[in-house]
Design a protein around this ligand. Structure first.
Ligand code: AKG
Ligand code: FE2
Length: 313
């Protein structure tokens, strides 16, 4: 088998099974400087989202000391005894917040469960929503009060960046700057911290047992913080090759999600990616999935229907 079928929010896609990723080609994933003129950034974003679906942002405004605190909190949390983490296990909450143990997830159902553990959190302000389900209270580890303080602050700052990026997405589609804000007012974002332990043996790393299997993200876009110095994230390019999206100092990674692909009628690609920690060291990362409001019906706008091929009616 050289390829496997992967389900995404917009249908089945094919990915190569091989663990190899092209080296030294991460520059294929563009870097956008958010300090430059917005119209320049918007043009670069349009190019990145049509060709790659992934880009790095620099001058993103998320303070370095907050990022350091996120890593401290992540290390302390995942180092807790398993029983303590299991007290706040995700399925014990009505709204999918909390802890997922190692191999507790399987994002690519055609392979074996993912070699990571995770902790999910989001907005704690239930009054922001008036429906049941995923919105609602977070759960926190009672023995580590710093977790909530740091991750609440981090969630707020990343969502502020999300709104700035949504403005750039609007401009990149030749729309007024605030045209897309109404679909994320407020955003239904979900965040996680992730821990990928080193594989104990080479044998453990196999095409069907990796850190996180091949998948696309569901939401509008994802903002990903990854620990510096450890290569793990890989992105499938248009030629069906895995490209290494290694960490670049002072940048965050942003990728288009299924919902953005849908509202842009496939113009912007929700790109398949995966993570394999072959570094021999512990790896931590933290994606924030910037989501459309749960009550908004997503459809391709008329402007897009005219301009691009209509896939989503
Ligand atoms: O840890 C990473 O680099 C990627 C995580 C990811 O793709 C996800 O959580 O959706
Ligand atoms: Fe992802």
């Amino acid at each position: 088998m050289t390829h496997r079928s992967v389900p995404t929010g917009n249908g089945m896609r094919q990915v190569p099974v091989s663990l190899e990723a092209k080296k030294g080609e991460f520059n294929e994933i563009p870097i956008i400087d958010l300090a430059q003129d917005q119209t320049v950034s918007a043009a670069e974003l349009r190019d990145a989202c049509t060709r790659v679906g992934f880009f790095y942002v620099k001058n993103h405004g998320v303070p370095e000391d907050l990022i350091d605190d996120v890593w401290k909190v992540a290390k302390d949390f995942f180092a807790l005894p398993l029983e303590e983490k299991m007290e706040i296990e995700l399925h014990k909450t009505p709204n999918m917040r909390g802890y997922t143990p190692m191999y507790g997830e399987n994002v690519d159902p055609s392979s074996r469960p993912d070699a990571h553990e995770a902790f999910d959190f989001g907005s704690d302000t239930t009054s922001m929503y008036n429906m049941d389900g995923v919105p609602g209270k977070n759960v926190w580890p009672s023995s580590l009060p710093k977790t909530q303080i740091t991750l609440d602050d981090y969630f707020k700052k990343i969502n502020e960046l999300g709104h700035r990026l949504l403005q750039l997405f609007s401009l990149s589609l030749s729309l007024p700057i605030d045209a897309l804000q109404s679909i994320a007012n407020p955003p239904s974002s979900i965040a996680r911290i992730l821990h990928y332990p080193p594989h104990e043996s080479e044998k453990e790393v196999s095409p069907d047992q990796i850190g996180i299997g091949s998948h696309t993200d569901y939401e509008l876009f994802t903002i990903l913080l990854q620990q510096q110095g450890i290569k793990a994230l890989q992105v499938l390019n248009r030629h069906g090759e895995w490209i290494s999206a290694e960490p670049i100092p002072n940048t965050l990674v942003v990728n288009v999600g299924d919902m953005m692909q849908r509202i842009t009628n496939d113009k912007y690609v929700s790109t398949i990616h995966r993570a394999i920690n072959q570094s021999g060291r512990e790896r931590y990362s933290s994606p924030v999935f910037f989501g459309a409001n749960y009550e908004v019906t997503l459809e391709a706008g008329d402007y897009l229907k005219e301009r691009f091929e209509a896939t989503y009616k």
